[in-house]
Design a protein around this ligand. Structure first.
Ligand code: SF4
Length: 743
């Protein structure tokens, strides 16, 4: 066995006693087709399944786009428990609450159980069941008469395998490429981060920050303890960072609100919204001017980037005193292995892209590119056959699509893995534009707000019932591919969207059938991952392609058996001033005195978790609140307005208004109001509907002109009493007085 590789025996040991007692298997053989109402797990059980004995299947978590490896425990053909895959290098056996809650997606009582057509007109919520042949015929009939240029595919951040199939299919029929956009990606600054990397490093790979080996971490709004990009992987890194033999590391979080990440920091700096990039420039200015500490050779080479930066001016704009900026610059420059992270909140401003460049430039002048404890790039795909999804689209791209829809230039719209009617600001006009599209096809597993505005719903399988692959981005410390496979027979008469695309391609024929020649997703997977068999970096031994395919499924994918990081090249830095424009906000301060901070909820994410009761019930780590929408208000502000916990207030922006329950929260600037995203669904099942408010209703369509990103942090609001109170369900209050009676 090669050094760093894993044997089957070692892998069984890793997954623990329960798994070792069970049987590691890679794939379920075909079972007899079950009637829709048949709830016995197996008619003909797979040969490895024995009554009462656990089988563990390695697969991929799809509860967010991070790409963690999972192990699913099944008994009698039912998935019982999800754990992290200990062998997968990204998450190393760990899993977040959302990953654990994936079972409730599978067993959710509100799942669509078959394809449906909306019969009473869009929004009627009257559906009739369709046989799949009928549903696909309806799609094919419309495709046949539609100009391919007028077909659009709107998706959330797709797994790479689905992007492969969808993009190839669209290209083969002459349709435009898919638009990938979802709210979590926007709140995380996923696309802005890649755009900045393209400019600075000449690479479209997502930067990855080696927190584990850093001794000082400065994070500008990267809430990696909760939802930022790859929270499980970064939490693992944070654990190593704190456990270093040379000390516990020093961590500074710049953020207007104390998130769980800020609470774990040594210093929380409640920076003024939109001034993050300016603060980075001031730190850089101090470092190069004073030739501080261990700042690298790049520091003087690129000193021109900070020309004209006045630290006192930045102090005024950021509410961080010049002395404090000076102290922070010394902490950063004196460290042996510092790393600086630009995060989601910095990206959500009208100057977000410029701020990213300024923040990333600190890693350059400190010589942290490609170094242990520094910034790296996610690995390129380890085989050419493994197509990866590009950066998500910008909000400006979405606006362009909406304009096309409004102008009648879209005749057929497919929607997958996103809920734009809920996730986009109402002011964007997506829902109104949908009315101009003659045929809307949703692939949602649930009747969500966008599915309600569709003609056909072709429900996707859950990720526990279907095939796929994903190359994590940001990646691990080595190239890795996660394998997704069915761990149970599909429960209902649903179909994976990938298999629907393959079938449509075969039915359309010609170039489409040639581009997607596979008879099933399983054959597609076996084909495109097969190139990895020849890699010398493989973590397991396989003598034949068939053995490799079995091992790929058995271990949950493929990864290099040793660390192999990709170093960023500083190709895009110039020795000239980095301009960070002043942020702009909708609403005059006189009328709207507060900055508004909508943040992704650690449990509900961007709203996609709101239909799962485990996630509704799980308390927010900072306020312990759940099952509702609350607004975090500094006690000083609350006192000024005569407010206290459980008062219901109205938040009003120039674009809309919502109601929320007051939570007095000391960990927030007095001029900022923060509201978690995720509630306020009109549709999306019994656990999500008619609960709380959607903070996106307060947003306008302001964008960062440099990146086209939605400037979701660029709105101001005011507060009004409603005279109502509502006892918020909280595990305990923030003053630690113990459990309250829950309502
Ligand atoms: S971080 Fe994302 S992919 Fe990883 S376990 Fe959590 S939800 Fe799943």
């Amino acid at each position: 066995m090669k050094k760093g590789t894993i044997s089957r025996r070692h892998f069984l040991k890793l997954v623990g006693g329960a798994a070792a007692a069970g049987t590691m298997v890679g794939v379920l053989p075909a079972a007899a087709k079950q009637a829709v109402s048949q709830f016995e797990p197996y008619v003909i059980p797979p040969e490895e399944a024995l009554p009462g004995q656990a089988n563990w299947y390695a697969s991929l978590c799809r509860m967010c786009p991070a790409g963690c490896g999972i192990m699913v425990r099944t008994i009698n053909g039912r998935a019982k428990k999800i754990e992290g895959n200990p062998a997968f290098p990204l998450n190393q056996g760990k899993l977040c609450a959302r990953g654990q809650a994936g079972l409730q997606t599978l067993y959710n009582p509100d799942r669509l159980k078959n394809a449906v057509r909306q019969t009473g007109g869009r929004g009627s919520r009257q559906f009739e069941p369709l046989y799949w042949d009928e549903a696909l015929t309806a799609v094919l009939d419309k495709l046949e008469t539609t100009d391919p240029a007028k077909i659009a595919f709107f998706a959330g951040v797709m797994p790479d395998s689905l992007y492969y199939l969808v993009s190839q299919w669209l290209e083969s029929i002459g349709a435009p490429p898919p638009i990938q956009y979802d709210l979590l990606a926007a709140l995380n600054g996923r696309a802005v981060s890649i755009q900045a990397a393209e400019t600075l490093f000449g690479s479209g790979q997502q930067p990855a920050y080696d927190i584990a080996n850093a001794d000082v971490v400065f994070s500008f709004g990267a809430n990696f303890a909760e939802t930022w990009l790859s929270p499980v992987a970064y939490n693992l890194g944070y654990g190593d960072f704190r456990g270093q033999s040379g000390g516990r590391g020093f961590f500074v979080q710049f953020e207007p609100r104390m998130s769980a990440t800020a609470a774990a920091a040594d210093q929380w700096v409640p920076v003024r919204p939109g001034s993050e990039g300016l603060v980075a420039l001031a730190l850089g200015r101090i470092i190069v001017e004073e030739r501080l500490g261990r700042s690298g050779t790049f520091a003087q080479t690129f000193a021109g980037m900070y020309r004209g930066i006045d630290v006192e001016t930045v102090a005024g704009a950021s509410n961080i005193s010049a002395d404090r900026l000076n102290e922070l610059a010394h902490i950063l420059a004196d460290a042996d292995q510092p790393v600086v992270i630009p995060g989601g909140y910095a990206a959500g401003q009208t100057n977000g892209y410029a701020s990213y460049l300024a923040i990333q430039s600190l890693n350059l002048i400190l010589s942290r590119l490609g170094r242990s404890g520094g910034v790296h790039l996610s690995s390129s795909p380890p085989a050419e056959s493994l197509v990866t999804a590009p950066s998500p689209n910008s909000f400006a791209d979405v606006q362009a699509l909406i304009e096309q829809m409004q102008a009648g230039e879209v005749e057929m719209l497919f929607v997958h893995g996103a809920n734009p009617v809920y996730e986009l600001p109402q002011t964007a006009g997506f829902k109104e534009a949908l009315a101009k599209v003659p045929m809307v096809v949703s692939f949602s597993s649930f009747v969500d707000e966008t599915a309600v505005q569709s003609d056909l719903i072709l429900p996707d399988n859950t990720y526990l019932e279907s095939w796929g692959y994903q190359i994590p981005s940001p990646g691990a410390d080595r190239p890795a591919v996660a394998n997704q496979q069915p761990v149970v027979e599909r429960l209902y008469d649903t179909r994976s969207t990938g298999s629907v695309i393959l079938e449509l391609a075969q039915q359309v024929g010609g170039a489409a059938a040639e581009a997607l020649p596979w008879a099933s997703e399983r054959l597609f997977m076996e084909d495109v991952t097969g190139a990895l068999f020849h890699s010398s970096l493989s973590p397991y031994d396989a003598n034949t392609a068939a053995e490799f395919w079995a091992a790929f499924r058995q271990y949950g994918g493929w990864w290099a058996h040793r660390e192999l990081r990709q170093e960023p090249e500083p190709v895009g830095f110039e020795n000239k001033p980095l301009p960070v424009p002043a942020p702009r906000f909708d609403g005059e301060p006189g009328e709207y005195p507060f900055f508004f901070y909508p943040y992704p909820n650690v449990n509900l994410s961007d709203g996609r978790g709101a239909n799962l009761p485990w996630l509704q019930e799980a308390p927010d780590p900072m306020t312990t609140a759940r099952w509702n929408t609350w607004v975090e208000i500094n006690p000083e502000t609350a006192h000024k307005y005569g407010l206290e916990n459980n008062d219901v207030v109205k938040l009003i922006s120039p674009h809309g208004e919502i109601e929320a329950v007051v939570v007095e929260y000391p960990g927030i600037r007095p001029d900022v109001l923060a509201v978690p995203v995720g509630q306020g669904h009109e549709d999306y099942g019994r656990y999500a509907e008619k609960r709380g408010s959607n903070p996106m209703d307060l947003l306008g369509t302001a964008t960062d002109p440099d990146s086209g990103a939605l400037a979701w942090g660029a709105v101001r609001v005011r507060l009004e009493h409603t005279g109502k109170t509502h006892k918020l369900a909280r595990l305990e209050n923030i003053h630690g007085e113990g459990r309250e009676k829950l309502t």
